[in-house]
Each structure stands twice: as structure tokens, then as C-alpha cells.
Design a protein around this ligand. Structure first.
Ligand SMILES: Nc1nc2c(c(=O)[nH]1)N[C@H]1C(S)=C(S)[C@@H](COP(=O)(O)OP(=O)(O)OC[C@H]3O[C@@H](n4cnc5c(=O)[nH]c(N)nc54)[C@H](O)[C@@H]3O)O[C@H]1N2
Ligand SMILES: Nc1nc2c(c(=O)[nH]1)N[C@H]1C(S)=C(S)[C@@H](COP(=O)(O)OP(=O)(O)OC[C@H]3O[C@@H](n4cnc5c(=O)[nH]c(N)nc54)[C@H](O)[C@@H]3O)O[C@H]1N2
Ligand code: SF4
Ligand SMILES: [Mo]
Length: 787
């Protein structure tokens, strides 16, 4: 091993009692310890004091908004923001010597955690056809190689261009421009797996797929609903805002199968009361909904609001369409179906509805707990129905708040990273660059996998991300990627996607957001958009991890020049040399970005227009906010099976595993655990602590999907449901199990059964990321047989 921290063994896994509160002094200690370990004292000071400050750089982790510049504290970050920075600004390096020492097969034997620990990639690397190792390649040769493969395709649609949500607006803009000038709308992104159900639902019901609130709304709300979101881990600074909101009198309703620590109580490390006292109680009412029960729940809440006439009639008359049909539908709701779907008593649902009845201003927050289901779009439309019924859109202190994941996933969409971008965007692109962009919709993530699997797509380019581990159906996705002619990964660190590349595989190492970006015209900054449509600049403070790195913009424009030459007269070199040239194009192409250069340079940036928020204008089919009627579905799980949701631990960022401590849930030293109800464990014939294989069989599909070797942990989850971490569980999510309309993988409702570990159809040897032994090599999991 390379001197760095060793891989881990699941044998060290410890299970403790879950915590009943989030943050507190431990969080501060953990963030400082990780920062110092990975970056040392000087880089820690240089980065953390600039993090989320007006003249500093934007946190690379989540998309939670920053307070106005005058209201920021010196430490405007959280534990997980600090971990994200430490992960990128680490002093460790994966050099060409490292790649010479370790074959691709050997690297593939390591855990995701270990791979991440090897540090920043320093040189462009290539694995040639039939090669066993990555070897260095010059930038020009790399660009030429990509250009030759792309230009050798029969059709531009045989390439697909993936984006992960960390890319800056400038990088995203040139990337989509390149893909479209090359001739394809194949622009899948992580959003396809994240808030796609939100984007589709909101687009159809209110005319724009983004949050209708800004931070001050949260502070003014009477009631804040938090459904299917775990802010204590995934958007930790949200807890500070929720604490303020509570001080201002807000009531919090939480809807989640798990009693997540951050939803229960918050100990703010920046107040004496938080350090020494009990902290702030968060949830006033918690509904432990059964997984996938939210559609029925919101419909039931709607039916009670209708019954009580707790409606905003003026708003309904002036601004909505379809209310009567919806009222009729919810008036005859099947209460028995509601109970079966939600697992909640009618009395509890009534208490929740009463909170909304008594609220003048309600904010509805949600994340993956609502989107990653077959009925995700319908569920979010039901949330909108309830919000519309009470006029909670376009009113201060109220609104819809889909809380985004990746720090710039929303900005990437604004910049045109979307396989089905509206025609109006393509029209502007056409006017600005004088070429005809392709009009047919491109492939999203799931369709890109299908197309690679069927050899219809032959080149994969990834602007960031870890496609292989993020996507569903790991074995299918692996075969899809390895079947291509070329995979190109623009990355900062090694991940599993590099180890299952196409016939030729390239890694193009890039600057991260913590680093200074100097181009021909001098130092550059980039811009990003948060969850509340606020756009601002970001400037990295650190010197680059290696002198050989290039910025994302430089890499994309390099590929574009090599591939397209001077086709359409697009001046890629000028955009690379001075990002103001890119922002100049953005100001003319992207709606709401007029005077972009001036506006992003303001401290705190500017807020993009949002018609429903700003003026209760709805750019929908009817020109009004649309009610939609959806039948309640009860997801019936066959006997002996469980409904599995896949979620994040407190110590990871998506597929990047920072460490092995899911502190709030009491899991330390390992990740292969499955949380089940105590009585389900017994009813299925197991004992807590047993090791099991997780198995799915998809309708009519002979192929059995497996994730081997998980330890059973008794946990407070609704009966019949289970939870386990992503990405270890991705092999269980069938490619075709997607949400209706959004085609988003339904990774929070996977029907599984358990089998005694090692005794099932699961082949543990080949399994992705299977249990590590003391050396971190994948091995058969430990088996504890049933007595
Ligand atoms: N530290 C850290 N921060 C992150 C990330 C990270 O990995 N690490 N990822 C970023 C990204 S890309 C995203 S998208 C966000 C994700 O942020 P979240 O959406 O908060 O993340 P998850 O852990 O996937 O799941 C959220 C919650 O949904 C609940 N849930 C599951 N099924 C259901 C259901 O059927 N109904 C309801 N009501 N709840 C349900 C789970 O119990 C869990 O508490 O976080 C972003 N921020
Ligand atoms: N089962 C299951 N699957 C899921 C989910 C789930 O809840 N359950 N969640 C889904 C969601 S919400 C999302 S958003 C996706 C996430 O999918 P992705 O966005 O594809 O995955 P990440 O793990 O965020 O990507 C990490 C990699 O990005 C690269 N990287 C980091 N920083 C930079 C940078 O600044 N520039 C560039 N170019 N590269 C960088 C690093 O090499 C790192 O290995 O996963 C989805 N998959
Ligand atoms: S809340 Fe999100 S954006 Fe803010 S510091 Fe924490 S991880 Fe970063
Ligand atoms: Mo996400």
C-alpha cells in the first residue's frame, strides 16, 4: 500500500445506539481532524476561511444557499462541507508512478474508500486497448485521440456526454455547446438520477422546475414540511436556518421512514446553548411514513384541507386550473388504501393536516425520499396540489423547496445540460453561434446505459462524476461502459469508473474548485447557482494539485478544437483564455442572465427570475398552476420480501466514501449493513447481527440481482421496509425500474428478499465493492450461520 491509510475490513464494524441529535461539538472536532489529516494546518486555514465567503469559493458539497453577504459568519460551513474540501484539497497524489505500480485489475480489488484515499490525479493517463495499466499521455495526444474516435463515429448520436453537478456554469456552458456543435443532445447528467422527478413535475404544474423560495422565506414560515430529506447529513447548514425559523415561531413537520438525528434535535456549535445545553428540538411532529407512502399521505392531507375548507379560494380562482377535479378525487379518498400505503394512522395524518390548516405560510422541502420512486413525479405533483390549495406559492414565507444535491447541479441545467432542453434555448444558441443545433431529444442517463449496452453508443465522455457507481444496475452499467470504444473521464480523483473503461480509457485530470485557475488573460473565476436560484462567483485559493492539471473549461475547449477545428467559427481558444467571453455568450443565450458579468461579480451575486415566485405567473399549458389527479398506488410487497430504500451515510459524498462513521445512526467502521425492523428480522427467521445477501428479481427477468454480505441491524424503520447504503446496493436497482415520466431510477423502492450470506445465488467473488479483508482486498463476506 502506498503509505496512506489502509483499506478497511468489515470485520471491524461496530453497531451502537443511534444518536438523538445532530452536530454539537463532535461535528466540529471531526471536521478539524479530517481537515488537518488530509490538508495540514496551512491549507486548512487557507481553505476553510474562504469557504462560502463572498470573495471566496463555493462549497463543493451540497447546493444549500448562503446567507446574504452581511449575514455570514466567519465559519460559514459545516462538518460535511469541511470533509468535502479536505477530500479535494488533500496533499496526497496519485502520480504516474502510482499507476505504474498498480494494475487496473489490482485497483479494482480495492474499496471505493481506498481509491479515494490515493489522492489527486496529477497527469493525463490512458489505458490502451488490451493494456493492464494506465500510462501517462500528453494533453495534445489525448485530445487528438478523443477527436479521432468522435470523428470516426457514423453518427454524432453514437457519443454521450455525461455531467456531474459539480461543474461550473462556465464549464457546463462550453460542454453543452460542444456536444450540440458536434451534433447531439445526448447530455445525461446526475440530475437524471436525482431531482429529475422534481424537474418534470414542477415544469408541468407550475411552469418552472426550480424552488419558489429564497432563504428569507424559510425564516418567515409558519410551518416547514421536510419530506424525504436528511438535512443533518446532506444539507447541514439547513439546520442553522431551521433553528432561526423555530426561534421566529415556525413549526416543523417531518415525514421520513427514519427518525434521522438532524430532524430531531440540533446542537448548534456556534452558540453556547448548542455546545453546553440541550440544543433546539427540531421536529414538532414526525410521521414515520412507510417507504413510498408519500403520494397517499399528501392526498390524504389534501382531502382534510378540502373537508375543512382550509383553502385559499381567491388564489384558486385567479391562479389555478383543475381544482374541481382534484377536490372531487380527494373527497372520495380510500382511507384504507392510505393506511396501507403510509403505515400511518388517520389520527396522525389528521394532526399533520391540522398544522397546515392553521398555517398561513408553509414551505415544503423535499429531496431524494420523494423523487427516487416509480411514482416520484405524481408524488411531487401531489405536494404541489396541497401547496396550491392553500395559495402557498408566490407568497413571502411560503413555497416549494426541492433541496438540490450537488453544489451546481441546478446551474448546469440552467446552462443547457439537459437531454430535453426546451426549443427556446436551442433557438438562442442558434442565433448566438450561427449553427443549427440538433432538435431531437438526446439520451438521459438510463437511456445512455441502454444505448451503450446495445452498442448504439460507442463513446462515453464524463465531465466529473462516477457514472459506474452512481448509476443503477451496476453489472449492466459495467458491461455497458466496457463495451464502448472509448471512455473519457474528466476527474479529480480515482474512482471505479476509471477501472471499467472502454476499449481505450482516458483520465483527464482537472483543477478543482479549491484551486486557482489562471489562463492567458490572467486569474479566472467561475460561477455557480444554488438551490434557491441564486448565482454567484467562486474563486479557488490554493495552488493547483499538480502543474499538469487543466481547468474543466480548458479540457473541454481542447477537445472541442481538436474535434471540430474551426467549424461554425466558434472561438474555443478565446473562451478558454478569458472566461468573460463565455459569460458574454451566457448573457445572450440563457434567459435571466442578461448583464451576467456584472451581476455575478456583485458580492452574493444575483437571483434568477422565477415567475411563480416573483409574480404568481405560471408558464404552463393553461397559464395557471395546474392541479393533477393521481390514483393512489399501494406498493404491495410479496410475503417474505422487504421494500428497500438506498441512502447516504454521514461519511460519504455520493460515491466518494470519506470515512466509515455513520455516527448519527450508530454505525462505525464499516458500511455493509442493512437496517430492518426488529420484528421483521425475527419474522424472516434471522437474528440481529446475522450476515445476509440482498437479492432482487425484476418482473419477468430471469437474471437475479445480488448484493452480498450485509449485516442485519435492528433499527426503527417501518415494518416491511429496509434501508442500506448507496452505492453498495446499486447492483440491486434494475435498470428498467424507473419513475414514470422522469425515467429516474427508483432507487428508494427496491423489492428485495434476504438470503443467508454465502448460501444464495449471489456470487460474492465478482461483486462490486464486496467486503474487504484486512488488506482491503475483496473477499467472501464473513458468514454467521443461522442457529
Ligand atoms: N454529506 C453529503 N451531502 C450531500 C450528499 C452526500 O452524499 N453527502 N449528496 C448530495 C446529493 S447529490 C443529494 S441528491 C442530496 C441528497 O440528500 P437526501 O435526499 O437527504 O439524501 P438520501 O440519503 O438519499 O435520503 C434522504 C432521506 O429520504 C428518506 N426516505 C427514503 N425513502 C423515503 C420515502 O419513501 N418517503 C420519505 N418521506 N422519505 C424517504 C431517507 O430515510 C433519508 O432520510 O444530498 C447532497 N448532499
Ligand atoms: N442507489 C442509489 N443510487 C444513486 C442515488 C441514491 O440515492 N441511491 N443518488 C443519485 C444521485 S442523487 C446522484 S446526484 C448521483 C451522483 O452521481 P455522480 O455525480 O456521478 O457521482 P459523485 O459520486 O458525486 O462523483 C464523484 C466523482 O467526481 C469527480 N470529481 C469530484 N470533483 C470534481 C470536479 O471538481 N471536477 C470534475 N471534473 N470531477 C470531479 C471525482 O473524480 C469523484 O470520483 O448518484 C445517484 N445514484
Ligand atoms: S451545508 Fe452544504 S454547501 Fe453548506 S457548507 Fe455544508 S456541505 Fe457545504
Ligand atoms: Mo443528487
Amino acid at each position: 500500500m502506498d503509505g496512506h491509510s489502509d483499506d478497511y475490513s468489515e470485520a471491524d464494524l461496530e453497531v451502537r445506539s443511534p444518536e438523538d441529535h445532530a452536530v454539537g461539538a463532535t461535528a466540529v472536532a471531526v471536521s478539524m481532524k479530517r481537515s488537518l489529516e488530509r490538508m495540514g494546518p496551512s491549507r486548512t486555514a487557507r481553505t476553510l476561511l474562504k469557504l462560502n465567503q463572498a470573495e471566496g469559493f463555493d462549497c463543493t458539497s451540497c447546493a444549500w444557499p448562503d446567507p446574504d453577504p452581511g449575514h455570514r459568519s466567519v465559519a460559514e460551513f459545516c462538518e460535511n462541507g469541511a470533509k468535502a474540501i479536505a477530500e479535494e484539497a488533500t496533499t496526497r497524489r496519485a502520480t504516474p508512478e502510482f499507476f505504474a505500480r498498480h494494475s487496473v485489475a489490482e485497483l479494482d480489488d480495492r474499496s471505493e474508500y481506498w481509491l479515494g484515499q490515493q489522492g489527486r490525479i496529477t497527469h493525463p493517463m490512458v489505458r490502451r486497448p488490451g493494456g493492464t495499466h494506465y500510462e501517462p499521455i500528453g494533453w495534445d495526444d489525448a485530445f487528438r485521440l478523443v477527436a479521432d474516435e468522435l470523428n470516426g463515429l457514423g453518427d454524432p448520436g453514437e457519443a454521450t456526454f455525461y455531467t456531474s453537478g459539480r461543474a461550473s456554469n462556465e464549464a457546463a456552458f462550453v460542454y453543452q455547446l460542444f456536444a450540440r456543435a458536434f451534433g447531439t443532445n445526448n447530455l445525461p447528467d446526475c440530475s437524471n438520477m436525482c431531482h429529475e422527478s422534481t424537474s418534470i413535475a414542477l415544469q408541468e404544474s407550475i411552469g418552472i422546475g426550480k424552488a419558489s423560495v429564497t432563504l428569507p422565506d424559510l425564516l418567515e414560515a409558519d410551518v416547514i414540511v421536510i419530506a424525504g430529506q436528511n438535512p443533518g447529513t446532506n444539507h447541514p447548514r439547513m439546520l442553522t436556518q431551521l433553528e432561526h425559523a423555530k426561534k421566529n415561531g415556525a413549526t416543523i413537520l417531518t415525514i421520513n421512514p427514519l427518525r434521522e438525528a438532524g430532524l430531531m434535535r440540533f446542537k448548534n456549535p456556534q452558540t453556547p446553548q448548542g455546545v453546553l445545553g440541550r440544543g433546539t428540538d427540531m421536529s414538532d411532529l414526525h410521521l414515520p411514513v412507510r417507504v413510498n407512502g408519500d403520494l397517499a399521505l399528501f392526498q390524504a392531507i389534501g382531502s382534510l384541507l378540502v373537508e375543512w375548507d382550509a383553502l385559499d379560494h381567491e388564489f384558486l380562482d385567479r391562479h389555478t386550473s383543475g381544482f374541481d377535479a382534484w377536490r372531487e378525487h380527494v373527497a372520495s379518498i380510500d382511507r384504507d388504501a392510505v393506511t396501507r400505503s403510509t403505515g400511518l394512522s388517520w389520527a396522525d395524518i389528521t394532526r399533520a393536516a391540522a398544522l397546515l390548516r392553521d398555517s398561513r405560510k408553509t414551505v415544503f422541502c423535499w429531496a431524494m425520499g420523494l423523487t427516487q420512486h416509480r411514482n416520484g413525479v405524481a408524488t411531487i405533483k401531489e405536494v404541489v396540489n396541497v401547496a396550491l390549495a392553500q395559495g402557498n406559492i408566490g407568497r413571502p414565507g411560503a413555497g416549494l423547496f426541492p433541496v438540490r444535491g450537488h453544489s451546481n447541479v441546478q446551474g448546469d441545467r440552467t446552462m443547457g445540460i439537459w437531454e430535453r432542453v426546451p426549443d427556446s434555448f436551442l433557438d438562442s444558441l442558434q442565433t448566438e453561434f450561427a449553427f443549427d443545433p440538433p432538435r431531437a431529444h438526446g439520451f438521459d442517463t438510463v437511456d445512455s446505459i441502454r444505448a451503450m449496452r446495445d452498442r448504439r453508443v460507442k463513446v462515453f465522455v464524463g465531465l466529473g462524476g462516477n457514472f459506474l457507481q452512481a448509476a443503477p444496475d451496476t453489472d449492466v452499467t459495467t458491461a455497458a461502459l466496457t463495451g464502448t470504444r472509448l471512455t473519457v473521464q474528466i476527474s479529480t480523483k480515482i474512482n471505479r469508473s476509471h477501472l471499467h473503461g472502454g476499449r481505450t480509457a482516458l483520465i483527464l485530470p482537472t483543477l478543482g474548485r479549491t484551486e486557482r485557475d489562471v489562463q492567458e488573460s490572467g486569474p479566472q473565476f467561475v460561477s455557480v447557482e444554488d438551490s434557491t436560484c441564486s448565482v454567484h462567483s467562486s474563486r479557488g485559493p490554493l495552488p493547483p494539485a499538480s502543474p499538469h492539471l487543466r481547468s474543466e473549461v480548458a479540457i473541454i475547449t481542447g477537445i472541442a478544437e481538436a474535434t471540430l477545428g474551426d467549424r461554425y467559427g466558434i472561438d474555443w481558444a478565446a473562451m478558454r483564455g478569458d472566461y468573460r467571453r463565455i459569460r458574454d455568450h451566457i448573457s445572450r443565450v440563457v434567459t435571466g442572465c442578461e448583464s451576467y458579468e456584472v451581476n455575478v461579480r456583485r458580492p452574493g451575486g444575483f437571483v434568477l427570475p422565477h415567475p411563480p415566485r416573483d409574480s404568481r405567473t405560471f408558464e404552463t399549458a393553461s397559464g395557471r398552476g395546474e392541479f393533477e389527479v393521481s390514483p393512489i398506488e399501494v406498493l404491495e410487497v410479496p410475503d417474505g420480501h422487504l421494500l428497500l430504500q438506498t441512502l447516504r451515510s454521514h461519511d460519504q459524498f455520493n460515491t466518494t466514501i470519506y470515512g466509515l462513521s455513520d455516527r448519527y445512526r450508530g454505525i462505525e467502521g464499516g458500511r455493509r449493513v442493512v437496517f430492518c425492523h426488529r420484528e421483521d428480522i425475527a419474522a424472516l427467521g434471522y437474528t440481529e447481527g446475522d450476515h445476509v445477501d440482498l437479492i432482487t428479481r425484476w418482473d419477468g427477468d430471469e437474471h437475479v440481482r445480488c448484493a452480498p454480505g450485509f449485516r442485519l441491524v435492528a433499527y426503527d424503520v417501518p415494518r416491511g421496509t429496509a434501508a442500506a447504503y448507496y452505492p453498495e446496493t446499486n447492483p440491486l436497482v434494475p435498470l428498467d425500474a424507473t419513475a414514470l415520466k422522469s425515467n429516474q431510477p427508483a432507487s428508494k423502492s427496491v423489492v428485495i428478499r434476504l438470503g443467508v450470506a454465502g448460501s444464495t445465488e449471489c456470487d460474492t467473488r465478482g461483486a462490486q465493492g464486496a467486503v474487504g479483508d484486512d488488506e482491503g482486498h475483496k473477499s467472501r463476506p464473513e458468514v454467521s450461520h443461522l442457529s
